[in-house]
Ligand binder design. Structure first.
Ligand SMILES: *Cc1c(COP(=O)(O)O)cnc(C)c1O
Length: 418
């Protein structure tokens, strides 16, 4: 007997996928057959493989395949096995977690840190755990998707947690929101200002000292997700707070002369510049990380960061602390790339970060340009709607300390052929 049913999901999903293909917005996954590095091997749809220059990874410091990072992971695997088989508070906290968290705190200049399987998870833990009814979460409109979702989750899980959005990097608009919150009888608790440090699609940075000043004026807390800033910004790659002179416990030494104040809590990823492979963290005062340990649902009910990954991540941070010249190399490479790309007649959004977006406008155009670049041996991704607003599609070029001038020249030569 055959049962025929009409299942709404099947028909509507086929429709969505067809529309994406017709609109030139369908994403094809590219499969790597080599480690992540300045160049990578890609497998084509016909099964053939070729080497291309990789200019779209977050491997900013070239640590993803660093021999010491790889070796640290293997040693961790041998010593502690593959699985944690537990959440942190039951029996899933291992020595390498402790070591990694101490290292992150030292690197970030914060009193404490706590890890997650991803930064996505860290944000999903932070907002619903920190916010209580009567609080308001005030978020930059270009914040990363996981901040947006974390805030939505907080306001859904706890009735009475308010949320609002301010125009991107617009301090006047933010102050209006803070004032409105102050005058709102329902906002009786804590105000939170939430921002990316480095914005992933524009490559621009948040004005942290100005945000701090506004937060102080309105007794608000400042939370910064610096996933694209860690390892990139500041002389030693600590992040956007270092760029602005806001590191307050540099190498464990409290610095009272710091006139720009500090960030209350950070979230960040271990899967970008800090090339351990994956993982995320919250860094800041101990009372906040303790509250997360006690109350954060993603850490109470989901496995700990795999130990082997914690070992790799710790090694990556050790290398960064030991070799700050990697950060300078990244800055030099980025300056070189920006100069050459501009010289070739393309417009790059200006910023001090390693993200160099070339705005092309139409989504389909961005996708077809990146396809052509790949044929020319240069791996760059075109981002369009809905990742960025309609009409603002772009090629997002990401520079790494691992690139040589030849790699960047190859990019510019390919761009010239478009
Ligand atoms: C990339 C990114 C994330 C996601 O980090 P994962 O560790 O991969 O989950 C979170 N926040 C921001 C701002 C990011 O740029």
């Amino acid at each position: 007997m055959t049962i025929t049913t009409h299942r709404p999901f099947d028909a509507r999903t086929d429709d969505i996928l067809r529309q994406l293909v017709e609109g030139g917005q369908y994403k094809h996954l590219q499969t790597l057959t080599s480690p992540m590095d300045a160049t990578v091997r890609l497998r084509g749809s016909d099964g053939s493989e070729r080497e291309v220059v990789c200019l779209c990874s977050n491997n900013y410091l070239g640590l993803a395949n660093h021999p010491e990072v790889v070796e640290a992971g293997i040693e961790g695997l041998r010593k502690y096995g593959a699985g944690t088989a537990s959440v942190r508070f039951i029996c899933g906290t291992f020595e390498p977690h402790e070591k990694l968290e101490e290292l992150i705190a030292r690197y970030m200049g914060t009193p404490s840190a706590y890890t997650f399987v991803s930064c996505w998870t860290a944000n999903e833990a932070l907002y619903p755990t920190f916010a209580e009814p009567g609080d308001i979460l005030i978020s930059d409109e270009l914040n990363h998707a996981c901040i947006i979702d974390g805030i939505r989750l907080a306001s859904t899980m706890k009735k009475g947690v308010h949320k609002t959005v301010y125009k991107h990097a617009d301090l006047d608009n933010l102050e209006e929101k803070l004032k409105a919150a102050q005058n709102n009888d329902e906002v009786t608790g804590q105000a939170w200002v939430v921002t990316d440090g480095v914005f992933s699609m524009e490559g621009d940075i948040a004005d942290l000292p100005a945000l701090r000043a506004l937060c102080d004026k309105y007794d608000a807390m400042l939370v910064v997700d610096d996933s694209h800033g860690h390892g990139v910004m500041g002389a030693r790659g600590r992040g956007t707070h270092e760029h602005f002179g806001m590191v307050d416990h540099l190498d464990g030494h409290h610095d009272d002369t710091d006139e720009n104040g500090r960030v209350d809590y950070f979230t960040g990823t271990l899967g970008k510049a800090l090339g351990g492979g994956a993982g995320g963290f919250i860094a800041g005062d101990k009372r906040g990380t303790e509250l997360i340990v006690q109350r954060g649902r993603p850490t109470l009910f989901s496995n700990a960061l795999p130990v082997t990954v914690a070992c790799s991540a710790a090694k990556a941070i050790e290398i960064l602390l030991r070799e700050p010249e990697r950060v300078q190399q990244l800055k030099d490479n980025t300056a070189y790339a920006r100069r050459k790309i501009t010289g070739a007649g393309f417009e790059v959004i200006d910023s001090p970060t390693a993200i160099c977006p070339i705005i092309v406008g139409d989504t389909a155009k961005a996708i077809s340009m990146s396809k052509r670049l790949l044929e020319l041996g240069v791996f760059v991704i075109g981002f369009g709607y809905p990742v960025v607003p309609e009409g603002h599609a772009r090629l997002r070029i990401q520079i790494s300390a691992a690139h040589t001038t030849e790699h960047i020249d190859a990019l510019v030569d390919a761009l010239k052929k478009l």
